[in-house]
Design a protein around this ligand. Structure first.
Ligand code: UDP
Length: 312
Protein backbone atom coordinates (compact mmCIF):
# COMPACT_ATOMS: atom_id res chain seq x y z
CA UNK A 1 0.00 0.00 0.00
CA UNK A 2 1.23 3.61 -0.61
CA UNK A 3 2.99 5.18 2.32
CA UNK A 4 0.74 7.20 4.60
CA UNK A 5 1.02 9.75 7.39
CA UNK A 6 -0.51 8.12 10.45
CA UNK A 7 -1.47 9.60 13.82
CA UNK A 8 -1.18 7.19 16.77
CA UNK A 9 -2.50 8.41 20.12
CA UNK A 10 -1.20 6.63 23.20
CA UNK A 11 2.00 6.06 21.21
CA UNK A 12 4.19 5.71 24.30
CA UNK A 13 2.01 2.96 25.73
CA UNK A 14 2.39 -0.80 25.47
CA UNK A 15 0.14 -1.36 22.44
CA UNK A 16 0.62 2.11 20.93
CA UNK A 17 4.40 1.73 20.75
CA UNK A 18 4.19 -1.72 19.13
CA UNK A 19 1.70 -0.33 16.61
CA UNK A 20 4.08 2.55 15.81
CA UNK A 21 6.87 0.03 15.16
CA UNK A 22 4.64 -2.03 12.84
CA UNK A 23 3.55 1.04 10.84
CA UNK A 24 7.12 2.36 10.49
CA UNK A 25 8.28 -1.10 9.37
CA UNK A 26 5.73 -0.91 6.55
CA UNK A 27 7.20 2.40 5.37
CA UNK A 28 4.62 4.83 6.78
CA UNK A 29 5.35 8.11 8.58
CA UNK A 30 4.01 8.27 12.11
CA UNK A 31 3.10 11.11 14.44
CA UNK A 32 2.96 9.63 17.94
CA UNK A 33 0.93 11.50 20.54
CA UNK A 34 1.03 10.88 24.27
CA UNK A 35 0.69 12.90 27.49
CA UNK A 36 2.83 10.30 29.31
CA UNK A 37 0.27 9.84 32.10
CA UNK A 38 0.80 6.09 31.88
CA UNK A 39 2.97 5.80 28.74
CA UNK A 40 6.77 5.75 28.93
CA UNK A 41 9.23 7.52 26.60
CA UNK A 42 11.45 4.45 27.06
CA UNK A 43 9.00 2.60 24.77
CA UNK A 44 9.93 5.01 21.94
CA UNK A 45 13.63 5.66 22.68
CA UNK A 46 14.72 3.28 19.92
CA UNK A 47 13.07 5.65 17.40
CA UNK A 48 15.04 8.77 18.35
CA UNK A 49 16.95 8.70 15.04
CA UNK A 50 14.00 7.61 12.88
CA UNK A 51 13.18 10.48 10.45
CA UNK A 52 9.69 9.10 9.74
CA UNK A 53 8.68 9.33 13.41
CA UNK A 54 7.68 12.49 15.25
CA UNK A 55 6.60 12.63 18.90
CA UNK A 56 4.01 15.14 20.05
CA UNK A 57 3.64 15.62 23.79
CA UNK A 58 -0.08 16.33 23.90
CA UNK A 59 -3.14 15.57 26.02
CA UNK A 60 -5.82 14.60 23.48
CA UNK A 61 -8.60 15.90 25.73
CA UNK A 62 -7.46 19.36 24.51
CA UNK A 63 -8.20 20.09 20.82
CA UNK A 64 -5.06 19.93 18.65
CA UNK A 65 -4.16 19.88 14.98
CA UNK A 66 -1.42 17.50 13.82
CA UNK A 67 -1.71 18.76 10.20
CA UNK A 68 -2.86 16.62 7.28
CA UNK A 69 -2.91 12.91 8.05
CA UNK A 70 -4.28 9.81 6.33
CA UNK A 71 -5.16 7.65 9.32
CA UNK A 72 -5.83 7.90 13.06
CA UNK A 73 -5.28 5.04 15.52
CA UNK A 74 -6.80 6.11 18.83
CA UNK A 75 -5.00 4.15 21.55
CA UNK A 76 -4.79 6.76 24.33
CA UNK A 77 -6.20 5.68 27.69
CA UNK A 78 -5.05 4.31 31.01
CA UNK A 79 -5.74 0.60 30.52
CA UNK A 80 -4.84 -1.50 33.54
CA UNK A 81 -7.34 -1.72 36.42
CA UNK A 82 -4.75 -0.19 38.79
CA UNK A 83 -4.11 2.78 36.46
CA UNK A 84 -7.68 3.54 35.47
CA UNK A 85 -8.99 3.40 39.01
CA UNK A 86 -6.14 5.73 40.11
CA UNK A 87 -6.85 8.05 37.14
CA UNK A 88 -10.65 7.65 37.08
CA UNK A 89 -11.70 11.12 35.93
CA UNK A 90 -8.84 11.34 33.41
CA UNK A 91 -9.96 7.97 31.99
CA UNK A 92 -13.49 9.30 31.51
CA UNK A 93 -12.12 12.46 29.88
CA UNK A 94 -9.81 10.71 27.43
CA UNK A 95 -12.57 8.27 26.47
CA UNK A 96 -15.03 11.09 25.81
CA UNK A 97 -13.47 14.48 24.82
CA UNK A 98 -10.28 12.71 23.70
CA UNK A 99 -12.14 10.39 21.37
CA UNK A 100 -14.31 13.23 20.01
CA UNK A 101 -11.21 15.39 19.36
CA UNK A 102 -9.48 12.62 17.43
CA UNK A 103 -12.66 11.87 15.47
CA UNK A 104 -12.79 15.58 14.52
CA UNK A 105 -9.22 15.31 13.21
CA UNK A 106 -10.15 12.25 11.10
CA UNK A 107 -13.21 14.06 9.76
CA UNK A 108 -11.26 17.24 8.96
CA UNK A 109 -8.55 15.41 7.00
CA UNK A 110 -10.82 12.67 5.54
CA UNK A 111 -8.64 10.12 7.31
CA UNK A 112 -9.43 6.53 8.25
CA UNK A 113 -9.98 5.92 11.96
CA UNK A 114 -9.52 2.91 14.22
CA UNK A 115 -10.44 3.03 17.89
CA UNK A 116 -8.99 0.70 20.51
CA UNK A 117 -12.01 -0.62 22.36
CA UNK A 118 -12.05 -3.44 24.85
CA UNK A 119 -13.53 -6.69 26.08
CA UNK A 120 -14.54 -4.62 29.14
CA UNK A 121 -17.49 -3.46 27.02
CA UNK A 122 -18.92 -6.90 27.85
CA UNK A 123 -18.46 -6.32 31.62
CA UNK A 124 -18.89 -9.52 33.65
CA UNK A 125 -20.35 -11.44 30.70
CA UNK A 126 -23.40 -13.70 30.83
CA UNK A 127 -22.69 -14.86 27.27
CA UNK A 128 -19.64 -17.07 26.85
CA UNK A 129 -17.51 -16.90 24.77
CA UNK A 130 -18.17 -13.25 23.99
CA UNK A 131 -19.59 -12.48 20.53
CA UNK A 132 -19.61 -8.92 19.19
CA UNK A 133 -23.43 -8.84 19.10
CA UNK A 134 -23.58 -9.27 22.91
CA UNK A 135 -24.40 -5.91 24.56
CA UNK A 136 -22.66 -6.70 27.81
CA UNK A 137 -23.27 -6.78 31.55
CA UNK A 138 -21.59 -3.67 32.92
CA UNK A 139 -21.98 -2.05 36.34
CA UNK A 140 -22.33 1.66 35.46
CA UNK A 141 -21.44 2.85 38.98
CA UNK A 142 -18.80 0.33 40.14
CA UNK A 143 -15.03 0.91 40.37
CA UNK A 144 -14.43 -0.30 36.79
CA UNK A 145 -17.16 1.96 35.38
CA UNK A 146 -14.74 4.83 34.66
CA UNK A 147 -13.04 2.61 32.08
CA UNK A 148 -15.94 0.49 30.87
CA UNK A 149 -18.35 3.36 30.31
CA UNK A 150 -15.68 5.61 28.75
CA UNK A 151 -14.92 2.85 26.27
CA UNK A 152 -18.62 2.26 25.61
CA UNK A 153 -19.16 6.00 25.08
CA UNK A 154 -16.21 5.98 22.65
CA UNK A 155 -17.83 3.19 20.64
CA UNK A 156 -21.05 5.24 20.40
CA UNK A 157 -19.05 8.31 19.32
CA UNK A 158 -17.17 6.35 16.66
CA UNK A 159 -20.39 4.90 15.26
CA UNK A 160 -21.98 8.38 15.25
CA UNK A 161 -19.08 9.90 13.25
CA UNK A 162 -19.42 7.01 10.84
CA UNK A 163 -23.20 7.30 10.51
CA UNK A 164 -23.63 11.07 10.52
CA UNK A 165 -20.35 12.25 8.95
CA UNK A 166 -19.31 9.25 6.86
CA UNK A 167 -15.92 8.83 8.60
CA UNK A 168 -14.32 5.50 7.65
CA UNK A 169 -14.20 4.07 11.18
CA UNK A 170 -13.22 0.74 12.72
CA UNK A 171 -13.68 -0.63 16.23
CA UNK A 172 -11.46 -3.32 17.69
CA UNK A 173 -12.44 -4.96 20.99
CA UNK A 174 -9.10 -5.93 22.49
CA UNK A 175 -8.86 -8.85 24.93
CA UNK A 176 -6.05 -9.32 27.47
CA UNK A 177 -2.69 -8.85 25.74
CA UNK A 178 0.88 -9.24 27.00
CA UNK A 179 4.45 -9.05 25.82
CA UNK A 180 7.54 -6.84 26.10
CA UNK A 181 6.74 -3.24 27.23
CA UNK A 182 3.72 -4.33 29.29
CA UNK A 183 4.29 -2.03 32.25
CA UNK A 184 6.07 -3.94 34.97
CA UNK A 185 4.23 -2.17 37.79
CA UNK A 186 0.73 -1.71 36.42
CA UNK A 187 -0.75 -4.50 38.52
CA UNK A 188 -1.84 -6.73 35.67
CA UNK A 189 -1.80 -10.46 36.16
CA UNK A 190 0.95 -11.33 33.66
CA UNK A 191 3.29 -8.53 34.75
CA UNK A 192 2.66 -9.17 38.46
CA UNK A 193 3.21 -12.93 38.17
CA UNK A 194 6.29 -12.62 35.93
CA UNK A 195 7.99 -10.12 38.25
CA UNK A 196 7.01 -12.05 41.38
CA UNK A 197 8.24 -15.34 39.86
CA UNK A 198 11.55 -13.82 38.74
CA UNK A 199 12.13 -12.25 42.17
CA UNK A 200 11.21 -15.49 43.96
CA UNK A 201 8.31 -13.73 45.71
CA UNK A 202 4.87 -15.33 46.18
CA UNK A 203 2.46 -15.06 43.23
CA UNK A 204 -0.62 -13.10 44.35
CA UNK A 205 -3.79 -14.92 43.23
CA UNK A 206 -6.88 -12.77 43.72
CA UNK A 207 -9.90 -14.76 44.94
CA UNK A 208 -9.79 -18.52 44.37
CA UNK A 209 -8.11 -18.11 40.98
CA UNK A 210 -10.92 -19.89 39.12
CA UNK A 211 -11.75 -16.74 37.12
CA UNK A 212 -10.59 -16.98 33.51
CA UNK A 213 -8.84 -14.78 30.96
CA UNK A 214 -7.61 -15.37 27.40
CA UNK A 215 -4.14 -13.99 26.73
CA UNK A 216 -2.97 -12.78 23.32
CA UNK A 217 0.69 -12.15 22.48
CA UNK A 218 1.24 -8.56 21.34
CA UNK A 219 2.50 -9.27 17.79
CA UNK A 220 -0.60 -11.37 17.04
CA UNK A 221 -2.81 -8.56 18.30
CA UNK A 222 -1.09 -5.84 16.27
CA UNK A 223 -1.35 -7.98 13.12
CA UNK A 224 -5.13 -8.32 13.64
CA UNK A 225 -5.53 -4.59 14.28
CA UNK A 226 -3.60 -3.56 11.16
CA UNK A 227 -5.73 -5.94 9.09
CA UNK A 228 -8.93 -4.49 10.55
CA UNK A 229 -7.78 -0.94 9.79
CA UNK A 230 -7.64 -1.84 6.09
CA UNK A 231 -10.94 -3.69 5.99
CA UNK A 232 -14.40 -2.49 5.03
CA UNK A 233 -15.79 -3.48 8.44
CA UNK A 234 -17.32 -0.74 10.61
CA UNK A 235 -18.93 -2.81 13.37
CA UNK A 236 -16.84 -4.05 16.34
CA UNK A 237 -14.44 -6.96 15.83
CA UNK A 238 -12.95 -8.98 18.72
CA UNK A 239 -9.20 -9.47 18.53
CA UNK A 240 -7.75 -11.80 21.13
CA UNK A 241 -6.58 -15.34 21.72
CA UNK A 242 -9.52 -17.71 22.29
CA UNK A 243 -7.56 -20.14 24.50
CA UNK A 244 -8.98 -19.65 27.99
CA UNK A 245 -6.96 -20.03 31.21
CA UNK A 246 -7.93 -19.91 34.86
CA UNK A 247 -5.72 -17.56 36.86
CA UNK A 248 -4.35 -20.60 38.74
CA UNK A 249 -3.34 -22.20 35.41
CA UNK A 250 -1.79 -18.92 34.31
CA UNK A 251 0.33 -18.91 37.51
CA UNK A 252 1.46 -22.48 36.75
CA UNK A 253 2.51 -21.52 33.21
CA UNK A 254 4.54 -18.61 34.54
CA UNK A 255 6.24 -20.78 37.16
CA UNK A 256 7.11 -23.30 34.42
CA UNK A 257 8.50 -20.68 32.00
CA UNK A 258 10.54 -18.86 34.64
CA UNK A 259 11.63 -22.04 36.44
CA UNK A 260 10.71 -20.22 39.65
CA UNK A 261 10.07 -21.93 42.99
CA UNK A 262 7.74 -19.14 44.18
CA UNK A 263 4.74 -20.06 46.32
CA UNK A 264 1.27 -18.69 45.66
CA UNK A 265 -0.70 -16.56 48.13
CA UNK A 266 -4.39 -15.63 48.04
CA UNK A 267 -5.52 -11.99 48.09
CA UNK A 268 -9.06 -10.59 48.04
CA UNK A 269 -10.83 -10.52 44.68
CA UNK A 270 -11.34 -6.92 43.50
CA UNK A 271 -14.97 -5.75 43.19
CA UNK A 272 -16.67 -6.52 39.84
CA UNK A 273 -13.69 -8.58 38.63
CA UNK A 274 -15.14 -10.45 35.60
CA UNK A 275 -15.48 -14.17 36.33
CA UNK A 276 -14.68 -15.29 32.80
CA UNK A 277 -13.49 -13.86 29.52
CA UNK A 278 -12.85 -15.43 26.15
CA UNK A 279 -13.31 -13.94 22.69
CA UNK A 280 -15.33 -15.55 19.95
CA UNK A 281 -13.07 -14.66 17.00
CA UNK A 282 -15.28 -15.99 14.18
CA UNK A 283 -15.65 -12.49 12.75
CA UNK A 284 -11.89 -11.80 12.79
CA UNK A 285 -11.28 -15.18 11.15
CA UNK A 286 -13.83 -14.70 8.39
CA UNK A 287 -13.54 -10.93 7.77
CA UNK A 288 -9.77 -10.56 8.20
CA UNK A 289 -8.39 -14.06 7.71
CA UNK A 290 -6.75 -13.56 11.11
CA UNK A 291 -6.09 -15.81 14.05
CA UNK A 292 -3.41 -15.86 16.71
CA UNK A 293 -0.34 -18.02 16.14
CA UNK A 294 1.62 -17.71 19.39
CA UNK A 295 0.77 -19.91 22.39
CA UNK A 296 0.85 -18.58 25.95
CA UNK A 297 3.95 -20.68 26.66
CA UNK A 298 5.82 -19.27 23.66
CA UNK A 299 4.69 -15.69 24.28
CA UNK A 300 5.80 -15.85 27.91
CA UNK A 301 9.19 -17.17 26.78
CA UNK A 302 9.48 -14.27 24.33
CA UNK A 303 8.66 -11.85 27.17
CA UNK A 304 11.16 -13.22 29.68
CA UNK A 305 14.13 -10.99 28.76
CA UNK A 306 12.00 -7.86 29.02
CA UNK A 307 10.67 -8.72 32.47
CA UNK A 308 14.15 -9.78 33.64
CA UNK A 309 15.54 -6.43 32.50
CA UNK A 310 12.70 -4.51 34.14
CA UNK A 311 13.60 -5.80 37.59
CA UNK A 312 17.15 -4.57 37.02
N1 UDP B 1 -5.10 -11.06 39.13
C1 UDP B 1 -4.55 -11.88 40.10
N2 UDP B 1 -3.36 -11.49 40.67
C2 UDP B 1 -2.69 -10.36 40.30
C3 UDP B 1 -3.26 -9.52 39.30
C4 UDP B 1 -4.47 -9.89 38.74
O1 UDP B 1 -5.11 -12.93 40.46
O2 UDP B 1 -1.61 -10.10 40.87
C5 UDP B 1 -6.37 -11.46 38.49
C6 UDP B 1 -7.45 -10.40 38.49
O3 UDP B 1 -8.23 -10.51 39.68
C7 UDP B 1 -8.25 -10.77 37.25
C8 UDP B 1 -7.20 -11.35 36.31
O4 UDP B 1 -6.09 -11.72 37.12
O5 UDP B 1 -9.20 -11.78 37.54
C9 UDP B 1 -6.76 -10.39 35.23
O6 UDP B 1 -6.45 -9.17 35.85
P1 UDP B 1 -5.74 -7.97 35.08
O7 UDP B 1 -5.55 -6.87 36.10
O8 UDP B 1 -4.54 -8.47 34.38
O9 UDP B 1 -6.76 -7.48 33.96
P2 UDP B 1 -8.35 -7.53 33.73
O10 UDP B 1 -8.55 -8.65 32.79
O11 UDP B 1 -9.07 -7.78 35.05
O12 UDP B 1 -8.66 -6.19 33.16
Amino acid sequence: MPSQTVLVTGAAGFLGSHLVDALLAEGHSVIGVDNLSTGKTANLNHLSLEPRFRFLSQDITQPFDPGPIDYVFNFASPASPVDYTRLGVETLQVGSSGTLNTLDIARRYKAGYLHASTSECYGDPEVHPQVETYWGHVNPVGPRSVYDEAKRFSEAAVMAYHRYYGVDTHLVRIFNTYGPRLQANDGRVISNFMIQALKGEPLTIYGDGSQTRSFCYVSDLIDGIVRLSRSEEHMPVNIGNPVEWTIVECAQEILAVTGSKSEVVRKPLPQDDPTRRRPDITRARTLLGWEPTISLREGLQRSLDYFRASIG
